[in-house]
Design a protein around this ligand. Structure first.
Ligand code: SIN
Length: 284
């Protein structure tokens, strides 16, 4: 196995490894690299759904999807059906996926956000359709000291109904299911439990800051996300079929990039639940 860093601290490509047949020692090596680089790309992984879920499970319990009643499974992010036909442009699933084009941390609208996401490319467009990740440890470190001090004890409200209102997220769920996703609170500065590094925790699901002017703080959250995701802090990857990427939602924001609407793109994703007392996590 060869681990090739993309930069000193953020992003690495892991070559010559078969994730379907991974030894315990190799997993330890991978997990350590993941703590350091936060985003790992594994090219040429021919994983079945079961193998994908089983590799994901090595990082922790899996997360059920948008509905608490569902069991964890592979989620499809695709503009084509299972036979490869393009879905109509106004198809709910297609509209829902548009939300992924805005910087976010998966499931931060839940009381415990996701730990990891594992995205595997099945069909890739010729043009565009990259995924981009931003290092929120570096984003924290770059903040002016006065802003770090101000943010230190501040809490943001993350809200599914706020961030999903414009692209079909409300239609996706029944009123009953939405009751399981009330607004939740997350500190703006978190300490990453594995690296002990401080992280700026923002993104599209963050609606406003508690105790501050509602719209003023919403504007500030946008500005913080914008400044955090400057190109020096990001890695953009042009997908090849069978690439698998795992990222750490506790210290990384990500977004999907534009691609022509008539070009097929199909990705599958599993989600590892945040550790601790988490009603969205399902025991192994
Ligand atoms: C996601 O936001 O989880 C998916 C990103 C992508 O489709 O590139």
């Amino acid at each position: 196995m060869e681990i090739q860093p993309v930069s000193d601290e953020f992003g690495a490509i892991v070559k010559d490894v078969d994730l379907a047949n991974l030894s315990g020692d190799d997993f330890v090596h991978i997990e350590k690299a993941w703590w350091k680089y936060a985003v790992l790309l594994f090219p040429n992984q021919h994983l079945t759904t079961e193998e994908h879920l089983s590799f994901s499970n090595r990082f922790g319990r899996l997360e059920c999807g948008l509905r608490r009643s569902t069991t964890p499974s592979i989620g499809r992010i695709a503009n084509i059906d299972k036979d490869g036909n393009l879905l109509p442009i106004d198809h709910l699933g297609r509209r829902f996926s548009i939300g992924n084009s805005v910087w976010h941390s998966d499931s931060s609208y839940k009381c415990v956000g996701a730990k990891a996401s594992l995205l595997l490319a099945q069909v890739v467009p010729e043009k565009g359709g990259e995924t981009e990740w931003a290092d929120m440890r570096a984003a924290h470190d770059q903040l002016p000291q006065s802003m770090k001090d101000w943010l230190q004890n501040k809490t943001a409200v993350h809200n599914y109904s706020f961030s999903h209102a414009w692209h079909g997220g409300l239609e996706m769920l029944s009123e009953e299911d939405r009751k399981d996703l009330p607004p939740v609170e997350h500190p703006l500065i978190k300490v990453h439990p594995d690296s002990n590094r401080k992280v700026l925790f923002v993104g599209r699901h963050a609606s406003h800051i508690i105790g501050e002017d509602f719209f003023g703080s919403r504007k500030l959250l946008r500005r913080l996300t914008q400044d955090a995701t400057i190109s020096e802090n990001t890695w953009r990857h042009k997908w090849q079929v069978d690439d698998l990427v795992i990222w750490d939602n506790r210290c990384v924001l990500h977004r999907a990039r534009w691609f022509p609407a008539d070009q097929p793109r199909a990705m599958v994703r599993s989600t590892v639940a945040g550790d601790g007392d988490n009603p969205w996590a399902v025991a192994n």
